[in-house]
Design a protein around this ligand. Sequence first.
Ligand code: UTP
Length: 474
Amino acid sequence: MTDKPLSFDSLQELLAGFGQQHVLHHWHALSQSQQTILAAQVRELDLPELASLVRGEYGSTDFMALAARAESPPAVRADGSGADWSQAQAKLRGEEALRNGQVAAVIVAGGQGTRLGFDQPKGMFPIGPVSKRTLFQFFADRLLAVNEIYGCRIPLYIMTSEATDQQTVDYFAENDYLGLPFEDVKIFKQGTMPAVDSSTGKLLMQNPGSLALSPDGHGGTVAALDRSGCLADAAKRGVIHLAYIQVDNPLANLCDPALIGHHLMAESEMTTQVVRKRYPMEKVGNVVLVEGQVQIIEYSDLPAEAAEATNADGSLKLWAGNIGVHLFNVNFLRRIGSLATSLPFHRAAKKVPHIDEQGRAVAPDQPNATKFERFIFDLLPLANNAFVVESLPCEAFAPVKNGDGSVTDTPSMARKAISDLHQGWLEQAGAWVDQGVQVEINPRLALTAEVLREKIPANLRIDADRYFDIRLES
Ligand code: UTP
């Protein structure tokens, strides 16, 4: 779409062909530079694609039939069953890959975080139950710990969006890259998609000189990694595997050697970490196998009958819940590069502030718009030997989605999950933690209970909230 002309008349003709000429309603009141920006936005639009998305011609799946054919995916379960190798073998293999500098980290942090209601990028949310460390700092500390243990330098690729980029870039610069070598941190922006009015399909305007644009979903990661040069950078550094997490899960075990090892032992091009669903209609994507392909059926698409189906022992047939933690082979991403831009778009009903034709601001209190997003997990069916690794929710999943006061996935719940996990480690290491006390351990002090045992005094009693930082104060 790069050769479209920029004059008012030709833009008008182009847009009118798709009933979207209202976009230019305020054109003559715009300055020249504003006109240039708006014209560039229009030129970037794929209007025929947008029209077919609005009409719902993006392929309708018969989820009833799909779910009826869905089976449990190839997986290693949390107790180690399901694989021909042991957890210990997997860990050793992953440690070797880390030591050899074959792993890079990807954190996606481009989401607008509308449900959380925090006015900065989610990665800057203070999540540490005692330390108040931000989500970004959590993961930086984790990477520093892994670098130290395995003598490696894991490159960190952080995906942002228009909504989060500048603040994220400033935050890292102002905070000395959170202790990471700055040349190992690359912050890159994902693409955008326009939002449309859900009843008319008309493009929404954020202001007279701009469309209402939103990030194109975490499925935009592959194209953005490629466009930004991160994939080439990874290949140049000898990186073979990308460890991908989403910024809003502080328990995500970024660059966990066992997970990397399972991925390698399974010779998988894309491995996904899951948790066992607690109940049939739990609001997580269902990782399933359909005719030899691993894929995800979203909870909203899963018919109750399939969700409730059980095995002879009463366990759920479709048990694997997606937590958005994946491993990718760099070669796989390079191979499917162009296909990634043809991943399907998913529709989401959202509240999108905009202006009306008179230029008055509209702040909806109900979803008024349709946004179109690509999802990273749609890469699963394209991967050879896609594999699933089960983890325990208490060790791997504490999503921060909604503001405090909501019933699920709040910051308070995530803080409690972190404190509970670390309390468990302290107790295994021989300490006593009083009831109601919150604890938090920096991964640079210890990543496991076994290591912690060597770091804390015997018979330690913790009777007030306590943060165990890099070094232990006496
Ligand atoms: P969510 O889909 O939960 O969305 O993102 P969100 O943007 O954080 O929050 P809401 O829906 O507006 O309340 C899951 C993860 O994927 C990232 C987010 O930053 C988060 O880490 N993400 C999501 C992107 O990086 N880009 C996107 O376009 C969407």
